[in-house]
Design a protein. Structure first.
Length: 206
């Protein structure tokens, strides 16, 4: 598998970030298939040896981009987890939809984030990272619901939460590919998440 190596010295971080930023821009311009180390070097103003100091190939670069995006998303997720203490099930469901919206807004601020997410679906080498991340988030959110719905089997809650994670990413794609409106789409998601939470609660005979 392709690999990437983070810089060990602060002075090297600027070069590393410049290549990631350049790659993010190029993903939107030329796509996954046509992006290359030469294009990234030219855009970032660095030499090929500098590129290969940190990345095995363009897939290593994509992995580094994915890791950087996830670091920002994970920081937001940790803040969100802390904010859920003491809330009831309905509030937690609404907050879960708000988390999906916050994650989408992070994508607005990160170079090439939308294309990174698409690459995580299109590139087999990256799909495992995407699935592991979605499972991790779903398990953490499931923990919160289990505390509030102790009579409901964990596997049922996890299944609905995991489905909700996919809904969140799908909703983000809808906001970028349609003119239906981000606020309206995510408001609809609130009702979906609340309904799923109540179904998990009341469908005890399942």
């Amino acid at each position: 598998m392709s690999e990437f190596r983070k810089p060990q010295q602060q002075r090297s971080q600027k070069t590393y970030d410049a290549m990631l930023d350049a790659a993010g821009e190029l993903l939107g311009e030329v796509g996954i298939e046509r992006i290359s180390s030469n294009l990234v070097c030219e855009r970032a103003g660095v030499t090929p040896p500098a590129f290969y100091r940190y990345f095995d190939d363009k897939y290593g670069l994509l992995m580094a981009l994915t890791a950087r995006l996830m670091e920002v998303q994970n920081a937001e997720f940790e803040r969100w987890l802390e904010s859920t203490e003491g809330v009831d099930v309905d509030t937690l469901a609404r907050m879960t939809a708000e988390l999906a919206l916050a994650t989408a807004r992070i994508s607005d601020t990160q170079p090439g984030a939308v294309w990174i997410q698409r690459a995580c679906r299109a590139v087999p080498r990256l799909s495992e990272i995407r699935l592991a991340s979605h499972d991790f988030v779903a398990q953490k959110i499931t923990d919160l619901y289990v505390q509030r719905l102790p009579h409901v089997p964990r596997e049922r809650i996890f299944r609905r939460v995991r489905f909700g994670v996919e809904i969140g990413y799908g909703a983000d794609e809808m906001t970028r590919e349609t003119d239906l409106g981000r606020d309206a789409i995510f408001e609809d998601m609130v009702h979906v998440f609340v309904a799923m939470a109540h179904y998990a609660d009341y469908a005890r005979s399942e």
